[in-house]
Design a protein around this ligand. Structure first.
Ligand code: NAD
Length: 318
């Protein structure tokens, strides 16, 4: 047998995760064409790294040409920076850029082998997209989400109106990339209840081809990365709103005291305060545990439209 089942007791009750031994036989399928839905900071980063490291053509989908042009301009900037720092040659940059194409029609993903969704963290939006992807993409295509917090099992369930038909839901998995994608090596791979072993293996192998280091986690609120990271950021915001420390003191003590590149408030600005708030809401609602209540200040800042770096104003001005 290629995998063993480990039973774990956690907040959400008893869960099972599959553990693969080094000798486990891989059942990964080949990925020759990638689709990415959403050309924001995560989607664009994923598309660019896939073109650069895995050398696959990537079709990027967004709702408007304006959003796509903004994404491509960002890709050009990142590639030019890599060339100027001699990390890659101009030829390599041109090759990666030539592998990126764009469209505003989801139907243009009809010949991809693997698609990664990276639209905003709004459950119904993701459910609608997966329901459409199940119809549009080839019947072998892996349907991956970059969600930070939404249950993979629920996203997989949105691919069909008949829960006993797992032909599409078994191909749903999460490839949870970290921000910024070109820099951070870690990717969390999460299976839903319906996810097949071949789907999981293909996701792991493809992320490795992209130069990433994979971790496997259970489909539990926040998975691993955000279950640990978001309460830390939220607590820093509570410290700010209750006057335990000011912005600079909070960021300085964590940056200089725990050897991380930036403090929690600056990190929240980079992630996006809307994203942080939606993850805290999921943790709070799905566990029912008051320790995950979102900070009042975080909620107010999102209400004000101060979303961090992407809106030029957050805990810092950009
Ligand atoms: P973003 O707001 O920067 O980008 C989202 C993009 O999706 C935008 O370009 C938007 O126009 C596009 N979009 C919206 N509706 C669409 C639709 N129907 N079809 C196609 N495109 C559509 O968001 P982001 O920060 O890139 O986050 C994307 C996902 O990645 C979210 O699920 C988020 O939780 C997750 N994530 C974010 C981070 C982070 O640090 N920002 C880290 C890991 C995971």
């Amino acid at each position: 047998m290629a995998s063993s089942i480990v039973r774990m007791r956690g907040l959400g009750g008893l869960r099972t995760i599959r553990c693969f031994s080094a000798s486990a036989r891989r059942e990964a399928a080949e990925v020759n064409r990638l689709g990415v839905v959403g050309s924001g900071q995560m989607g664009l980063g994923i598309a660019l790294v896939a073109a650069q490291k895995a050398s696959v053509p990537v079709t990027i989908i967004d709702t408007s040409d304006k959003a796509l042009q903004k994404g491509l301009a960002f890709a050009d900037k990142l590639l030019a920076k890599d060339v100027s720092k001699s990390r890659i040659t101009q030829e390599q940059a041109d090759k990666a850029r030539s592998l990126l194409s764009t469209s505003t029609k989801l139907e243009d993903l009809s010949s991809v082998d693997f698609v990664i969704e990276a639209v905003p963290e709004i459950p119904q939006l993701k459910f609608d997209i997966f329901s459409q992807l199940a119809q549009i993409c080839p019947k072998h295509a892996i349907l991956a989400t970059n969600t930070s917090s939404i249950s993979i099992t629920r996203i997989a369930a949105a691919t069909t109106s008949d829960p006993t038909d797992t032909s599409a839901s078994s191909r749903v998995v999460s490839t949870h990339f970290m921000n910024p994608v070109p820099v951070q090596k870690g990717v969390e791979i999460i299976s839903g209840l319906q996810t097949s072993k071949e789907t999981l293996d293909t996701a792991v192998e493809f992320c490795k081809k992209m130069g990433k280091v994979t971790s496997i986690s259970a489909d539990s609120p926040g998975f691993l990365a955000n279950r640990i990271l978001m309460p830390y950021i939220n607590e820093a915001i509570i410290c700010l709103e209750t006057g335990v420390g000011d912005r600079d003191s909070i960021d300085a003590i964590m940056k200089n005291g725990t050897n991380v590149p930036m403090g929690p408030l600056q990190l929240a600005d980079f992630i996006g305060l809307d994203t942080c708030l939606s993850i805290m809401k999921v943790l709070h609602q799905e566990t029912g545990d008051s320790k995950y209540r979102p900070s009042v200040l975080l909620t107010k800042m999102v209400d004000a439209g101060w979303l961090g770096k992407k809106s030029a104003k957050g805990f810092y001005d950009y």
